[in-house]
Design a protein around this ligand. Sequence first.
Ligand code: 6PG
Length: 481
Amino acid sequence: MTSFSVTAQIGVTGLAVMGSNIARNLARHGYTVALHNRSVAKTDALLGAHGNEGAFVRTETIEEFVGALEKPRRVLIMVKAGEATDAVIEDLAAVMEPGDIIIDGGNALYTDTIRREAAMTARGLNFVGAGISGGEEGALNGPSIMPGGPKESYESLGPLLESISAKVDGVACCTHIGPDGSGHFVKMVHNGIEYADMQLIGEAYHLLRDALGFDAGRIAEVFTDWNSGELESYLVEITAEVLQQIDTTTGKPLVDVIVDAAEQKGTGRWTVKSALDLGVPVTGIAEAVFARALSGSRAQRRAADGLASGMLAENPTDAAQFTEDVRKALYASKIVAYAQGFDQIAAGSTEYGWGLYPGDLATIWRGGCIIRASFLDRIKEAYEGNPDLPSLILAPYFREAIAEAVDSWRRVVSTAVRLGIPVPAFASSLSYYDALRAERLPAALTQAQRDFFGAHTYERTDRPGKFHTLWSGDRSELRTE
Ligand code: 6PG
């Protein structure tokens, strides 16, 4: 530990677990890190426990903190997203100088980041909204980092952020994403995909439990096995670990004594709201957000206990075959969730003029982040092969993977329906796939209905223009445009 007169290369303010771990990660990489927290006790706790891991500069006031930094100053804010972030930015901006860089590493809403960046630019400061994924462990040992903001800021920040990020095949899981709110937008969609992935894993678990009667230990073995194939991923790996955990009080699998009501901090919901505005069908993510909401409707669920289930139940007779079907259904549904997430990123990029490269995201999500998975290498290759892919599903590798899985996918969804096991994400992903490939959708009927009650007009398949039928008159057709 050094005194605050030393010039630090970066400062971290907000020293809860994520902030502390990022500060330690920076110090372990040889950077001198100025530390600041609203209550100095947290700063001292960090220094007491880990002060010997590198060069830290202890500071108490914002003035001291900013004064300890070399110019241009770089400050990473790691506080709870929302009003707390605005308050810290205001305190910093009051003492920082033109050319200094403020980095918000929290899970900020990207529209807040756009607003904050504009306000800081007007004051001559550089503002970088950086998505950081990987949880506590990633923050310490190498997260995936998604920094937005001005390109010039990345020139100063890039080497530093890349050095502390995760690496896959020697490539850093960090790159400049694009202007203003793009880093936080991409992190938001990452979290949306995380929700979909977790929901799909949950549905697979539910099917193995209720259709096959497997206990948690046996399902853990299935997930361990899946983790050595095309489903290999952090979330599948931790699922196996979670399912193996035994509760010390009851001796039962821990998962069986946890209340089945999932909470959410909001990034999944933001993803869906943004997708609705952009008009992108992120059905897998939406089902995941709604499934959490339904699980949390505890009073309603209690009141619904005993509702009729129907009599079509037929448990699968071949457990090995059904398990393999579930694996394939999970893989196909997961491809759909990622395809939808990448569609949203493309739509956001167009809407805000960000110029995002999907292949870059697949690259930096291969390590460090919560959705890291082997198949991100395949996504990276797909976009390298064709940066303008109309849908990830259409890349040769994924088209083939789904072709190979689709029969299993249908068997799993129909078995779940017959048994009364809810599989909203599996089923809606399959329906999305079927809608995407359908030659003719019932939307023609929707258009006719809209024209009937609201004269909203329709296009024809055989000639250009807009048309309206005089539904309440003689039912002849007019060309309106
Ligand atoms: C990550 C995670 C992280 C987080 C979210 C999700 O990328 O490291 O996504 O940001 O765990 O807070 O939490 P909720 O499930 O509560 O929305």
